[in-house]
Design a protein around this ligand. Structure first.
Ligand code: TXA
Ligand code: MG
Length: 337
């Protein structure tokens, strides 16, 4: 089944089509990096603005080296330790990388996904695949093949079914800059590979590095204020003292005042809050990450609901929850403090 799907995918990708692919993080919408037609089809299918760069997926370190002008000892070390896996490294781009992929930036995001079907597809193609998450721009990311199919019903898209994603949240995006032996690192997007984990493994290898907060938004143009929005408005409740009645009332009033759009992303609103449902996640952050997007999608299917809410607890302040809280904050129409 999957073998014949891979054959079919190879053929379509070589013709400049896009294909849904499984990875361990979320499903991707892939095109060959040397197919301008395929790359532009990614943007049009997702309704994604061109300022948001794509991640390039490889199946070997050797393939990654062809995409950058500076495959440094530190990049090599991180690839050795974290690939295949949910770490994207942002490195100076090689000339062969189409500027459409990088939104005109001088850097390119590269990662090796930890999924046997994705890896064998890239191996068969002998070329990297550019792939953003396979959802419409600003919407909840997909963690099953069915999520992708339902997101693009009209497109008649081939989606390689690789089961439910194990990680469930997008990869950590790490910007790597260097001057000689000195490295400056910035986590542009939090993910399963946390800054402490990176710090610990690099420290053991005696690299000269420091982490900085990269506040230049040009370095990470995809980091919009809103993203991952479910079909029913979500409220993130940061104040533990609020009762359900409070949440209903405050949300009812405040949600009316929200703009319809922020940075091109449509904000989910509702006129009257009658029926609400609480998004409940397990106490384990790894399990919660795996479930988050499918729970948001499942709850949103209940058309009798007006509002979803999530209650933030003190433990959610810990680093292990950082990626998940980042996604929830962006998915929320409103945050109650
Ligand atoms: O786990 C993942 O990374 C998934 C799977 C499919 O691999 N992909 C994914 O792609 O999340 P996407 O397009 O939804 O998010 C890519 C984000 C961009 O929005 C941007 O923030 C960052 O990665 N990015 C990509 N290239 C970059 C670059 N050259 N400089 C800075 N940020 C970059
Ligand atoms: Mg995305």
């Amino acid at each position: 089944m999957s073998e014949s799907q891979i054959e079919q995918a190879v053929e379509l990708l070589r013709k400049g089509q896009v294909v849904g692919i499984p990875t361990e993080t979320v499903y991707g919408l892939a095109a060959l990096i040397n197919s301008p037609e395929g790359i532009s089809r990614i943007f049009s299918t997702k309704k994604r603005p061109f300022f948001d760069p794509l991640i390039v997926h490889v199946s070997s370190k050797k393939m990654a080296e062809t995409l950058t002008t500076d495959w440094s000892p530190l990049a090599d070390f991180l690839a050795e330790h974290f690939w295949p896996g949910p770490l994207t490294m942002v490195l100076p781009k090689a000339a062969r990388v189409d500027p459409m992929i990088t939104s005109g930036l001088e850097t390119v995001g590269i990662r090796m996904p930890k999924h046997s079907l994705a890896l064998s597809l890239i191996d068969r193609l002998e070329e990297p695949l550019a792939a953003p998450s396979a959802n419409l721009f600003g919407k909840t990311s997909p963690t099953t093949a069915e999520h992708v199919r339902s997101e693009f019903r009209e497109e008649n898209l081939l989606v390689i079914d690789g089961g439910a994603c194990e990680v469930g949240l997008e990869s950590t995006v790490l910007l790597i800059k260097r001057k000689g032996e000195q490295y400056q690192l910035s986590v542009l997007r939090a993910g399963h590979v946390t800054q402490s984990v990176l710090q610990k493994s690099l420290g053991g290898a005696r690299f000269q590095f420091s982490f900085t907060e990269d506040i230049d938004r040009r370095q990470s143009p995809g980091q919009m204020k809103h993203h991952y929005m479910p079909e029913i408005p979500l409220v993130l409740v940061r104040n533990p003292d609020l009762t359900e009645q409070d949440i209903r009332q405050i949300a009812q009033n405040k949600i009316q005042e929200l703009p319809d759009q922020v940075e091109g992303v449509q904000i989910k609103k509702v006129k009257r809050v009658n029926k609400m449902a609480e998004l409940v996640l397990p106490s384990d952050p790894v399990l919660s990450a795996r479930l988050l997007y499918s729970e948001l999608r499942r709850l949103s299917e209940n058309k009798s609901l007006d509002l979803l809410f999530f209650k933030m607890m003190p433990e959610h302040e810990q680093e292990a929850w950082l990626a998940l809280m980042d996604r929830l904050t962006k998915a929320a129409s409103l945050v109650l403090k």
